[in-house]
Design a protein around this ligand. Structure first.
Ligand code: NIG
Ligand code: FE
Length: 413
């Protein structure tokens, strides 16, 4: 199977060093104007200008005409919670009327209300709703997502969610990287008995998830009122000894030790970081932990405390941008919306935001050698966006401009 993508106003390759990009490198997109890309057997065979590729085209090869539009690597959304039942539109309304996320969760709403509904849902129902959200991810030009469990919080329900993620991944329409987030909250039946729940996590859930190879990463919601750092450490150490990579929800609401803990444990990522101070950032840099920034959750919770993205870039941290798609704090699958927030609220340039949403995200998932740029040898995961200049993606906000999306060289949208 061979075809050429032709007539791209900008072929945004992001070609560069074989590692996550830092500092000024984040502005280097290596754009080929009037570009073309040859795809063979699911991989990128060559990238160049239309003129340079003309010989390939003369051999009556199949042509995908981009129509003078922008072609980008598929977005890699490195933090999502895409398998859950129901919505929390009721809580959204309560927040509009003045209630806070913390108040709602203290009275039994929040994550625990989604857990109740998700436990009651069948695997078939969860698959159906997750397939609907998969369509939404594709419409935003996303081709890979990191997918967390975390709305089951019992052995059977967490396994149910992770099996749904495995099934979705096997369908080949969107790439899924599974993460076990059994420590997302303390479930109703363990309220006031957090240590008993941690016992269950460490001695039953983690070993079973490892044995069934249902997740590559383990995540913990590290927050004083949920899993404080000392509790989170015990869970994450157990996960590490079973071979899981680590990602942490760190310092979202309180300046706690989340970032420090991520550094101490050599986690792949520390996510959120809205409350992290200079010492935490320095620890992340020294330990080479990638920050994953989630501005859509800040926006949707009506907060103005965005993470210190510019300071992170200045420090040389290879930042990542993701949606945090979930039914509570961030009900969006749209990476273009996240790029817009990154530019307007955190003062990233469009190029920096794009780098954070593609190649840096791919490296945070140990997949930087396969996806995240348009370079010969990599998997042909890309999107044709309905614009002539990549800066229009964050500029025209609130729309998902993807016209066509390819995974492994197969058109999936
Ligand atoms: O990343 N903070 C914890 N987890 C999610 C929220 C999940 C929810 O509210 O359902 C987050 O923001
Ligand atoms: Fe999250």
């Amino acid at each position: 199977m061979e075809f050429v993508v032709w007539n791209c106003s900008q072929l945004v390759t992001l070609a560069g060093p074989q590692r996550a990009r830092i500092g000024p490198e984040m502005r280097d997109l290596l754009i080929v104007p009037d570009g073309a890309m040859l795809v063979r057997d699911g991989r990128i065979a060559a990238v160049g200008t239309r003129r340079g590729m003309e010989t390939a085209v003369s051999r009556s090869i199949q042509i995908v005409d981009a129509g003078g539009r922008v072609v980008l690597p598929g977005f890699v959304d490195a933090h999502t919670h895409p398998v859950f039942a129901g919505t929390r539109a009721d809580e959204f309304e309560q927040r509009a009327e003045g209630a806070t996320y913390a108040e709602i969760s203290a009275r039994g709403g929040g994550i625990r209300s989604t857990v109740r509904r998700t436990r009651d849902a069948s695997e078939t129902d969860l698959l159906a709703s997750a397939r609907k959200y998969r369509e939404w991810f594709l419409r935003g030009g996303t081709t890979t997502i990191e997918a967390k469990s975390g709305y089951g919080l019992s052995l059977e329900s967490e396994l149910k969610i992770l099996r749904v993620i495995r099934q979705l991944g096997s369908e080949g329409i969107l790439r899924y990287v599974p993460t076990f987030l059994g420590a997302h909250e303390v479930p109703d039946e363990y309220r006031g008995r957090i240590d008993a729940y941690i016992d269950l996590l460490i001695h039953e859930m983690l070993p079973r998830v490892a044995e069934e190879r249902l997740a590559e990463y383990c995540d913990v919601f590290c927050e004083p009122s949920v899993f404080p750092a000392d509790k989170a450490r015990a869970i994450l150490r157990a996960a590490q000894s079973l071979g899981f990579g680590l990602r942490l929800h760190a310092d979202q609401f309180s300046a706690d030790e989340g970032a420090q803990l991520a550094a101490e444990l050599g986690a792949a990522t520390a996510d959120h970081l809205e409350s992290t101070g200079p010492a935490g950032l320095e620890a992340l840099r020294a330990a080479e932990v990638q920050p994953v920034l989630l501005p859509a959750s800040v926006y949707n919770l009506g907060s103005t405390r965005y993470p210190a993205a510019r300071r992170m870039i200045d420090l040389g941290l290879p930042i990542v941008l993701a949606t945090d798609f979930n039914p509570g704090s961030s009900p969006t699958t749209s990476m273009p919306m996240v790029l817009s927030l990154a530019c307007t609220q955190m003062k990233l340039t469009p190029a920096e935001a794009l780098t954070a949403a593609t190649i840096n995200a791919a490296y945070s998932l140990r997949r930087g050698h396969e996806i995240g740029t348009l370079e010969a040898g990599k998997l042909a995961d890309f999107a044709i966006h309905d614009c002539a200049d990549y800066r229009e993606l964050p500029y025209f906000f609130g729309r998902d401009p993807a016209r066509a999306v390819y995974i492994n060289g197969v058109c999936v949208m």
